[in-house]
Design a protein around this ligand. Structure first.
Ligand code: ATP
Length: 509
């Protein structure tokens, strides 16, 4: 059933759901649009509404073919909506779930597209903070890129920041999605452009391998691996390409490439990747690891999902739940996420003791993995202990890698023999893997104008800051959880917006 959004837009039908709301196919004065209607509990949050207005200029100013354009932000009664460019296609997560890993040339082409989108955003002082396959849309309407890859567009720009309103000086929560979180975020540093580079390198790894480099098992184990481990090269991947990925997965943010450099380096690789088949990489299945992996004393959700109780590591009931991809954690206690994806997640940041304990837990996990890899017919491990700078391999690591590769070859041979025996066609999926613009130039919607426009681009970290390295945020990170506790059903949003006005968008490309 059609629904009016503000005075200029009509939402016709739901085309997708995420943890923050529902995406509708809609129509505006300039034609078809996608309208992301934020959840009611978010729309009634006065702080969020204020931010929504403040961020409007920054969000609507990004105009680039590799970014899903935000045309307008609408605040109308109980509705809080982002009006976006309509992308004809699917998102990368659906593509991965359906077809598994991509051929290297297509994977690199998609990652280069996303890097170009990030470059524009970072130059404007905007950090995405939630780069992941769910937020990369594949545009089937434009002609394909190298390797037949659909052109990619990065969406959900600024959403993380919108919802990330610091409620308390001692916020202890992390914003983001565990598999893609840069180590410095877990350690409590302010997220800068380099977090997007890390997340994009993780996505590229996932496109190639079928699973993320540090994912699997309990969320605490995932966070720990980001901080303490690095990854061995993907078998079969050209060394130059691996170097690019490894550099962007470096633990030290300042060691990572900037978005423009990353895009250029990836594009350089494309010709040599032509004709390369999908990699065959065995998945380090977390479910085969002993319980020790999960016993690192970290409960990602803390005593509850809402209140800042100081240091949750010293109180509350711990729950250790082994899981792979689970449902989204609600942004606000009591609210049901609209999506069953493991997406925006409110996580408690590990405290100092827990971070220290990560090393011991990682040691146990490695020992278990090596024991598993040594068993005949087992798959190989692809992780290794990390250093602050990735790529600094020791001879021990090389030996482990060699053992891993040999085990992988044995496993691949066994798989091939089995498939030949079973008469199957050798598929591309990694066994056991997770395979699982034109911005509004007219007057904005009458009910959305703001005099409080203050693009935070100027105060945001940029890629320049990235080179200088991270700064420790005062206190700790704030995150989705920082929103919690804000009374639901506050004063009408219009009250927060009276007399507001939206300036025309600034073109950045
Ligand atoms: N601009 C758009 N054009 C076309 N489809 C879109 C657009 N934006 C989102 N979608 C579709 O709507 C679905 C939900 O998107 P949404 O951004 O709300 O959720 P998500 O990114 O999957 O999760 P989350 O927002 O929780 O990170 C996606 O599957 C995507 O395919």
């Amino acid at each position: 059933m059609a629904r009016k959004i503000g005075s200029r837009y009509t939402a016709h039908q739901v085309i997708g759901r995420g943890s923050a709301g529902t995406v509708w196919l809609g129509e505006g004065p300039e034609g078809p649009v996608a309208i992301k209607l934020l959840r009611e509990d978010l729309a009634s949050d006065q702080v969020l509404v204020g931010r929504f207005v403040q961020e409007r200029t920054a969000l609507t100013s990004l105009d680039h073919p590799r970014v899903v354009g935000v045309h307008d932000l609408v605040v109308d009664g109980d509705d809080l909506a982002l009006v976006m460019e309509l992308v004809h296609g699917t998102d990368l997560r659906s593509r991965l779930d359906r077809e598994g890993p991509l051929i290297p040339q297509a994977a690199v082409s998609i990652a280069a597209d996303v890097a170009e989108g990030l470059a524009v955003a970072h130059a404007a002082g905007i950090v995405h903070r939630d780069v992941k396959p769910e937020n990369i849309l594949l545009d089937q309407a434009s002609s394909p890129g190298p390797g037949g890859a659909p052109r990619a567009k990065l969406s959900d720009f600024g959403i993380a920041r919108l919802v990330d309103a610091p409620r308390r000086t001692r916020a202890t929560r992390i914003i983001g999605t565990p598999d893609y979180l840069a180590p410095e975020v877990i350690e409590g540093l302010e997220p800068r452009a380099a977090v997007d580079i890390y997340a994009l390198a993780t996505v590229l790894y996932e496109l190639l391998a079928g699973f993320t480099p540090f994912g699997g098992g309990h969320t605490g184990a995932v966070l720990r691996r980001h901080v303490t481990e690095s990854v061995a090269p993907l078998p079969g991947l050209p060394e130059d390409l691996w170097k690019v990925i490894a550099q962007c997965l470096a633990k030290a943010p300042a060691s990572r490439l900037r978005a423009t450099e990353l895009a250029a380096r990836l594009r350089e690789q494309l010709p040599s990747l032509a004709g390369q088949p999908v990699l065959r990489v065995s998945h380090p299945d977390a479910s085969t690891l002993p319980a020790a992996e999960y016993d690192d004393g970290y409960d990602p959700h803390g005593p509850d999902d809402g209140e800042d109780h100081g240091d949750p590591g010293r109180g509350g009931t711990r729950q250790r739940v082994a899981r792979r991809r689970g449902p989204a954690v609600p942004l606000v206690p009591g609210a049901q996420p609209d999506s069953s994806r493991d997406t925006h997640t409110s996580l408690r940041r590990p405290n100092r003791e827990e971070l220290a304990a990560f090393a011991e837990a990682s040691r146990q996990e490695r020992a278990a993995r090596e024991a598993a890899a040594a068993r005949p017919g087992s798959g190989s491990t692809h992780r290794r202990p990390g250093s602050r700078r990735s790529g600094a391999g020791s001879s021990v690591r090389r030996r482990r890698l060699l053992v891993g590769v040999v085990a992988l070859l044995v496993a691949a041979g066994a798989l091939g023999a089995y498939k030949a025996f079973a008469g199957e066609n050798g598929g591309a999926g990694a066994p056991g893997g997770d395979s699982s613009n034109s911005p509004s130039t007219g007057p904005t919607d009458g009910s959305t104008d703001s005099s409080t426009d203050s693009p935070s681009a100027g105060t945001d970290p940029t890629s320049t800051a990235q080179a200088a390295g991270p700064e420790r945020a005062p206190g700790t990170v704030s995150g989705w959880g920082a929103l919690t506790g804000i009374p639901v059903g506050g004063p009408p949003v219009a009250a927060a917006l009276s007399g507001s006005r939206m300036p025309p968008p600034v073109r950045t490309a």
